[in-house]
Design a protein around this ligand. Structure first.
Ligand SMILES: [Zn+2]
Length: 94
């Protein structure tokens, strides 16, 4: 099956500002909340735009799950639930 030109797997890219941004795969992209975390009542997967408070620059855009007891601030997802790719944007533990 052809899934358009959208990525089959997630990846993490680094912007010119040094921000780590998850590039979602097509399945994850379809599930993401398009308000980018602004809606506080949203439950599900979202991709907030996080800013470094010291530099006031975009620091990272992880994938965050909101639901159950974790509607705010939510839980950062380490792996895509669809393609299984590593989508960590914080420091690697390895
Ligand atoms: Zn994915």
């Amino acid at each position: 099956m052809n899934e358009d030109m959208r990525p089959i797997e997630c990846s993490v890219t680094v912007t010119d500002e040094g921000a780590k941004v998850v590039v979602p795969c097509w399945a994850l992209e379809e599930c993401l909340d398009q308000s980018y975390g602004r809606g506080t009542k949203y439950q599900g997967l979202t991709q907030p735009y996080l800013v470094n408070m010291e530099t006031h620059k975009h620091s990272r855009s992880p994938i965050v799950f909101k639901g159950g007891k974790h509607t705010k601030p939510g839980l950062t997802v380490n792996y895509c639930p669809f393609c299984g790719s590593n989508v960590k944007t914080h420091e690697e533990e390895e």
